[in-house]
Design a protein around this ligand. Structure first.
Ligand SMILES: C/C(=C\CNc1ncnc2c1ncn2[C@@H]1O[C@H](COP(=O)(O)O)[C@@H](O)[C@H]1O)CO
Length: 250
């Protein structure tokens, strides 16, 4: 309780409702925390009912008509035919191609990001949202995807790939398929993983196996579908074992 000199000159209501004065507080961390929280709430609310989904990542700079653009479009289409929604970063290039392949016919999701230059979500999106914070957006990709498909790209794509790899490698998330599309583009990186990272003991010899490498959009879908069948089979087995243990009173 405050009394005497310690009493503020105005009430909380007066301060809340007063529009004059400094707006500096808008840029302070406690206020930012609320913004971050609201971004999580909005994302969770929008994506909760998306159903099985796969994220497709890759360069923002690839143009329609190029080899990688067409490949991403076929990947998007194949995923939708197999019953998955397609989630992308909602921007141009590979993101646009993945959304285009998914739409019409399937659910096409774009998780955009506010950038210093003006930028809109691409036009092939059914559910779209623009995030202010990269780390909130990344949480959404991971939480609502059953697999990651990664086409050629630059720093943004590498960031998304290595985030997923680290989470799977460290067991922070259940192992899920990460498929690299484009043998010629990705092979040097995989060779470096084995020749340098494994050789120098920076990663385990089995870590490169967390990645599947292919050029074939049909194989992308096959790898993901099979991984999920296997996962479901394992879950059912575990449920049966647990039920038997409960029945036996152990
Ligand atoms: C470069 C241009 C636009 C950038 N717009 C983006 N919109 C949404 N998401 C983006 C954007 N740029 C990068 N990303 C994310 O990173 C990945 C692509 O980055 P890369 O460096 O091009 O590989 C992508 O998967 C996005 O999630 C103007 O054309």
């Amino acid at each position: 309780m405050l009394s005497g000199k310690a009493m503020p000159e105005s009430t909380y209501d007066q301060r809340l409702l007063d529009t004059r004065g400094s707006v500096e507080w808008l840029h302070q961390d406690p206020w930012r925390v609320l913004r971050i929280q609201s971004e999580f709430v909005e994302g969770f609310g929008l994506l909760a009912e998306v159903g099985p989904a796969v994220s497709v990542f890759g360069s923002a700079r690839i143009k329609p008509g190029s080899e990688y653009y067409e490949l991403a479009e076929r990947v998007g289409q194949g995923l939708v035919e197999a019953g998955y929604a397609v989630i992308t970063g909602g921007g141009p290039g590979i993101m646009e191609a993945g959304n285009k392949g998914a739409n019409p016919g399937g659910l096409s999701v774009g998780l955009g990001i506010e950038l210093p230059f003006e930028q809109q979500l691409n036009e092939h999106i059914d559910i779209g949202i623009s995030f202010r914070y990269f780390f909130v957006r990344k949480t959404m990709f991971i939480k609502y995807s059953q697999a990651f498909v990664v086409l050629p790209g630059g720093f943004g794509t590498m960031d998304e790939l290595f985030e997923a790899l680290t989470l799977v490698q460290t067991g922070k998330i259940t192992r899920f398929p990460i498929v690299l599309v484009g043998r010629e583009f990705w092979s040097p990186l995989l060779e470096w993983f084995k020749g340098t990272l494994v050789a120098e003991g920076m990663i385990s010899p089995e870590d490169p196996d967390l990645l599947h490498l292919t050029d074939d959009p049909e194989e992308v879908v096959r790898v993901i579908v099979e991984a999920h069948r296997e996962e479901n089979r394992r879950r059912e087995e575990t449920a049966v074992v647990e039920a038997a243990a409960t029945e036996a009173g152990t």
